[in-house]
Design a protein around this ligand. Structure first.
Ligand code: PSU
Ligand code: MN
Length: 284
């Protein structure tokens, strides 16, 4: 089994500020290579699906102003219109799956928004139908976490916490929301192989908490969040623009702390995903 790890491009185009986004994208690929895996960033380049962006394409996707943020539903739209597009968790999963990739590392998954309860990410729909191991540091801290966890359950997504029985929430480690715990890469690979064996659809969603030294205290996060939410209310931003807007306001109020934490949790997820990939290749 070729050990390929999928990475998304929305975090580069719309999640992290320039030029940290470029350095991070490159660093994540290098980290994977150190463990014998090949990380491929997924994106749409002038109407062409690419699995494994070149350095130049990463620079472009990180800096162009005309890069659309797309979920699975908008893949054909971006292709037909020959656009540049950054893939979110849902679109990345679907494209990676079509390319036979089994493991994907991301930062935060989408879910149920606090502000508009009908704003539910396509990530959940895709996680429920596409069989893949997805390593994430939790639902983005800006979401309604309880509703998101309930939706993951409703959609029959196999959720596990890596070395934790508490849902991590992206920048923050603890939420006191219970999830099932696993303690080894072998257990994770084995769960995935059982899903394959019984033809069960949907992801194995591995929640891997941000490392202690980079975690943000809940009270601190909430203070920055309140200010950011206030800015959102005062703006006309809606729908797909909400997440990038809030992430950039949080970066502002935290003086870059949320950006540093975001980068560190991404690195941590890539490391864990590569270990899982190595284990999976041994067991297949
Ligand atoms: N986590 C981050 N930065 C991001 C995202 C997640 O740290 O930019 C992106 C992911 O690509 C995720 C998407 O799939 O946000 C969800 O967006 P929405 O809530 O609009 O579905
Ligand atoms: Mn949305």
């Amino acid at each position: 089994m070729e050990k390929i790890l999928a990475l998304e491009s929305t975090v580069i185009a719309h999640g992290l500020p320039f030029p940290i986004n470029i350095d991070t994208a490159v660093e994540l690929e290098e980290l994977a290579a150190e463990t014998g895996c090949s990380a491929k960033t997924v994106g749409i380049i002038a109407g062409q699906i690419k699995v494994g962006l070149s350095r130049e394409e990463i620079v472009q996707i990180a800096s162009r102003k005309d890069v659309l943020k797309i979920g699975t539903a908008e893949i054909p739209f971006a292709l037909a219109k020959k656009m540049w597009a950054a893939t979110t968790v849902s679109a990345t999963m679907r494209i990676a799956h079509l390319n036979n990739i089994k493991v994907f590392a991301t930062g935060g998954i989408g879910g149920v928004h606090k502000i508009d309860q009908w704003d539910v990410s396509q990530d959940l729909a895709e996680l429920s139908r596409t069989r893949m191991i997805v390593v994430s540091a939790g639902p983005k801290s800006i979401l309604d976490l309880r509703s998101t966890v309930e939706m993951l359950e409703t959609f029959q997504i196999t959720v596990v916490g890596y070395k934790t029985d508490e849902l991590p929430a992206f920048y923050c480690k603890s939420t006191s929301i219970h999830i099932n715990r696993v303690d080894s890469f072998e257990e994770i690979a084995s769960i995935f192989l059982f899903k394959e064996k019984f033809n069960l659809p949907g992801a194995v969603l591995v929640f891997n908490p941000i490392p202690d030294e980079h975690a943000i205290e809940v009270e601190q996060f909430e203070e920055w969040y309140r200010l950011s939410e206030h800015d959102l209310d005062a703006s006309s931003v809606k729908g797909k623009g909400v997440t990038p807007f809030l992430l950039s306001r949080l970066a502002h109020y935290s003086k870059g702390k949320t950006v540093r934490s975001n980068v560190e949790l991404l690195k941590n997820n890539v490391k864990v995903a590569c270990e899982i990939l190595n284990q999976l290749s041994k067991m297949q």
